[in-house]
Design a protein. Structure first.
Length: 328
């Protein structure tokens, strides 16, 4: 499976690319089995009783373990990120070949049985788990329980603070529209890229026990302003679909985990790609051509996007694009 010029151009222009039916269906089913098998046997959540799938987790079923977190509506099994099946699924030959078309350099290799994300605990007491620390495989299998009666909330995007170059989210099971799928803001990568201090990384304020109130990732005022504008003015694309579908997304693409207003659990595998050049590139300034350290195929991509392909990619306004193309 190879990406064509239109796909490469679309990724470059909009910072994401939906690619249907990439992951092996039988392996997806096996990973779903692994997810359920990892649940404590006395859990209220039972696979064969759909009524129990609605969140939040009951307090007695919650786990703050950062390699297998169950809290609120989120069920994050990071231990599975180094399982042979998950690595075979999300770092498959086909997906790696497409990532190699996009990136320039030797892809970092995931380690089966290596240390999963979260092994070293949260970034600071009570803080988030840092995907950059001790992660030798995929980020893991991330599920969102149905929200049930929980009121609707507005979308709110962010970017990830750890260094990598290319993200991928793969659906392990069929995920309907409104069912908690990953959301991306088209074109946000180009808007946000120059607002960072560093090309693929971000300055951080260290955490100290005796000075606890000031910590974490440092954002520029320009970045915060741009995020506010994206939330207020731009429509995200929802990456719902069938088991086996994936989305590639650029490191600086604004995104969020969707709200799950369906009656099924959203089950996805998340993974990052980067090359052997990341260590050298991560701290350089985000000036000049943002694609200069991507593949020459990406650098040279400027194919016109057809209205049909834009619609397949669910690009907001692509229906209007199709109409105007028809009229001309
Ligand atoms: Fe994120």
């Amino acid at each position: 499976m190879r990406l064509n010029h239109e796909q490469l151009s679309f990724f470059k222009r909009y910072g994401y690319l939906l690619v249907p039916d990439v992951m092996d269906q039988a392996l997806c089913a096996k990973v779903r089995d692994e997810m359920w098998a990892a649940l404590p046997p006395d859990s209220h959540l039972r696979r064969d009783e759909q009524a129990t799938h609605v969140g939040p987790f009951r307090s007695e079923d919650e786990s703050l373990d950062s390699v297998h977190t169950r809290q609120g509506y989120r069920w994050l099994n990071r231990a599975l990120g180094v399982s042979a099946q998950v690595i075979e699924l999300i770092y498959s030959e086909a997906i790696c070949a497409m990532a190699e078309q996009l990136l320039d350099g030797e892809l970092r290799q995931a380690v089966v049985g290596g240390t999963p994300m979260g092994t070293q605990g949260p970034a600071w007491p009570g803080g988030p788990t840092d995907p950059a620390v001790g992660t030798e495989g995929a980020r893991g299998v991330y599920c969102t329980l149905p929200y049930g009666e929980r009121p609707r909330e507005p979308d709110a995007c962010h970017t990830d603070g750890h260094p990598f170059q290319l993200g991928v989210v793969g659906l392990l099971d069929d995920t309907p529209q409104g069912g908690g799928a990953f959301k991306v803001w088209p074109g946000s990568h180009a808007k946000l890229y120059p607002t960072f201090n560093l090309r693929y990384d971000q300055p951080r304020i260290p955490y100290y026990d005796h000075l606890p109130s000031f910590k974490g990732i440092v954002h520029t005022p320009e970045y915060l302003q741009a995020i506010e504008e994206l939330n207020a003015q731009e429509q995200p694309v929802e990456c719902y679909g069938s088991a086996g579908d994936i989305v590639f997304w650029h490191h600086r693409t604004a995104h969020m985990a969707g709200h799950n207003h369906s009656d099924v659990i959203r089950q996805a595998v998340l993974a990052d790609f980067w090359t052997d050049k990341l260590d050298e590139l991560r701290s350089s300034a985000p000036d000049g051509d943002m694609w200069r350290d991507w593949s020459s195929a990406v650098q040279n991509s400027d194919t016109e996007i057809s209205p049909r392909f834009a619609r397949q990619q669910r690009l907001p306004g692509s229906d209007a694009l199709a109409v105007s193309a028809f009229r001309t």
